[in-house]
Each structure stands twice: as structure tokens, then as C-alpha cells.
Design a protein around this ligand. Structure first.
Ligand SMILES: NC(=O)c1ccc[n+]([C@@H]2O[C@H](COP(=O)([O-])OP(=O)(O)OC[C@H]3O[C@@H](n4cnc5c(N)ncnc54)[C@H](O)[C@@H]3O)[C@@H](O)[C@H]2O)c1
Length: 270
């Protein structure tokens, strides 16, 4: 049941691959809250076809776009304005991929072509989305743009590999672009730093199951799931958070401010 938090708002949602995707849950929640939006993903991800079920369920159109291609983004954003009948109020960037992680390359043995590809997909694409929407004057005032990130941007999680560097860059782009977009168009830009979540991208990280359990026991509220992350995204797209911008917002059950928990201490008692 929605509360019309996004009634009349128009959006673009990147990154719904399957039902586990955080973007999928955001689309479902945005629909419940009265938004209309376009769904997009890389052409290669479309071939799996699952996004069409989500489009049907939410009454949305799907436009394929490789988020690293400015040409694709120009087409996506201008067509979205036509389809939705006006400027955009919210954008979700829910995109991440590391070729080094996929190919099992250790952080100290990166293939730099892989590194550049992952950086482009996971971080620079966020800049490209915003630069394109700004040039096309596509965002309404007080519009809200959110990208998803992870705390490995601030602290070392060894198996997160070069995605940690990509997320640092992503968060920095949110601050820098958020400044310029705020001054010029009153558009706000934030990143949400989410708990580890069992999705296609998440489970690509080595030792992910163990890691989710560790994170659960280090979070006073437990790990936040994808549905709760979607709720937070909706709050950030709504008019209730209009003066929040250029922030990295932890949505992690308290993990980021916890040194240790009693549960973890007890695991070490002899
Ligand atoms: N799952 C986690 O544990 C976790 C934790 C914190 C942050 N995040 C972040 O959340 C976001 C969403 O990931 P998810 O966990 O829902 O996994 P997911 O695999 O469902 O989503 C990742 C998406 O990125 C898309 N993508 C990849 N390359 C692309 C390209 N060139 N152009 C357009 N789209 C492209 C994929 O098709 C996919 O839909 C990512 O930024 C991820 O890093 C995930």
C-alpha cells in the first residue's frame, strides 16, 4: 500500500536485472507510490528478458541503454521525457560491475583494461548520466538523483577488490556534481551506502555468504534488505528530503558506526 509519496513524479530507473535487483524493488515501490518511470538496462542484460515482466507490472516502457555510452544516454533521456510527458523528477543509478572481480583477478594483479571498464560502468557512468541530463535540461527543480554504493569506499574489505575504488570515485562524483547541479537547477544528488544484499552483482564477490553473515552480526539492526533499501530510495525521491544533497547516506542497520558487537565478541570467547 502506497502513500502517494511520488504522485505525479516522473523517473528513470537504471539496473533492474531480475527480482533480486535493488532497482527492481525500487521500481515496484515507486509504482506503489504513484510515480511513472522508464526502466533501462544495458542491451546485453535485456536479452534475459525479465525486465519486461517488471515493465508490465508497473505500466512502464523499457529503453535499452549502455550507461557508458553518452549517445545511448542522450536517446534514453530525451525519449523518456517524451514518453513520460515532461521533465524528470528522479533518477536511480543502480549499476555496478568489475571485470577484475568477474575474472578472479587479485587486487594486486589488476588487468588495467578490466579496471578501466569497471570504472566506466560503475562510476563514470554516473557522471555521464548527470552531464547528459543537465545538457538536455531534463531535470525538474528539486529533482533527486541517487546512486547506490558500499562502505568499501571508506574502509578496506579485501575481496571487494577494485569495486572499492570505483565506489570512492562514484561517491566523489555525487558530491562534486551535486554542488553544480544544486546551484544551477536545485537538483539534489546523493549516494546510498547499502548493506551487503544477495543479488547478482553482490553474489559475484568472493566469500559473499560468509560476508553477509559477518555484516549481520556487526549491525545492531541487522543487514538492511533490498526492500528496505527501496523504501529509503523512495524517501530520497520524495519531497520530504528536499534539502538533503551531496551526501553519502548509510543504510546499513548501524554497521558503519559499530566497532564491535557482543555477538561477535562472544565468537572469540574461549
Ligand atoms: N548487492 C549488494 O551487496 C550491494 C551493496 C551495496 C551496494 N550495491 C550496489 O547496488 C547497485 C545495484 O546492484 P544489485 O546488487 O541490485 O545487483 P544487480 O546485478 O541486480 O544490478 C547491477 C545492474 O548493473 C547493470 N549494468 C551493468 N553494466 C551496465 C551498463 N554498461 N549499462 C547499464 N547497466 C549496466 C546490470 O545489468 C544490472 O542490472 C550497484 O551499484 C551495486 O554496487 C550492492
Amino acid at each position: 500500500m502506497g502513500n502517494n509519496l511520488l504522485k505525479g513524479k516522473r523517473g528513470i530507473i537504471f539496473g533492474a536485472l531480475n527480482e533480486q535487483s535493488i532497482a527492481w524493488k525500487v521500481a515496484e515501490r515507486a509504482h506503489e507510490e504513484g510515480a511513472t518511470f522508464v526502466l533501462t538496462n544495458a542491451p546485453i542484460a535485456m536479452r534475459m528478458g525479465e525486465i519486461n515482466n517488471l515493465a508490465e507490472k508497473t505500466g512502464s516502457k523499457v529503453i535499452p541503454a549502455d550507461a557508458t555510452s553518452v549517445e545511448d544516454l542522450e536517446k534514453l533521456i530525451s525519449e523518456s521525457m517524451e514518453i513520460l510527458g515532461g521533465k524528470i523528477d528522479f533518477i536511480l543509478h543502480s549499476i555496478g560491475m568489475s571485470v577484475n572481480v568477474r575474472k578472479g583477478r587479485h587486487y594486486t594483479d589488476e588487468n588495467y583494461d578490466f579496471t578501466m571498464k569497471g570504472l566506466d560502468v560503475s562510476a563514470l557512468s554516473f557522471h555521464k548520466v548527470m552531464q547528459t541530463s543537465k545538457k538536455l535540461d531534463a531535470m525538474n527543480e528539486w529533482g533527486s538523483i541517487v546512486a547506490l554504493t558500499y562502505i568499501a569506499a571508506q574502509r578496506v574489505f579485501p575481496d571487494y577488490n577494485d569495486m572499492a575504488d570505483n565506489k570512492s570515485y562514484l561517491e566523489s562524483i555525487a558530491r562534486s556534481f551535486g554542488y553544480h547541479y544544486g546551484v544551477s537547477d536545485k537538483v539534489r544528488v546523493n549516494t546510498i551506502s547499502q548493506s551487503p544484499t544477495m543479488t547478482t552483482a553482490g553474489s559475484g564477490v568472493k566469500g559473499f555468504n560468509e560476508f553477509i553473515n559477518f555484516s549481520e552480526s556487526m549491525s545492531p539492526l541487522g543487514n538492511a534488505d533490498a526492500g528496505a533499501c527501496a523504501d529509503y530510495c523512495i524517501a530520497m525521491f520524495s519531497d520530504l528530503t528536499r534539502y538533503v544533497t551531496m551526501q553519502n547516506l548509510f543504510h546499513d542497520g548501524g554497521f558503519s558506526n559499530t566497532g564491535v558487537t557482543q555477538e561477535v565478541i562472544e565468537k572469540f570467547s574461549s
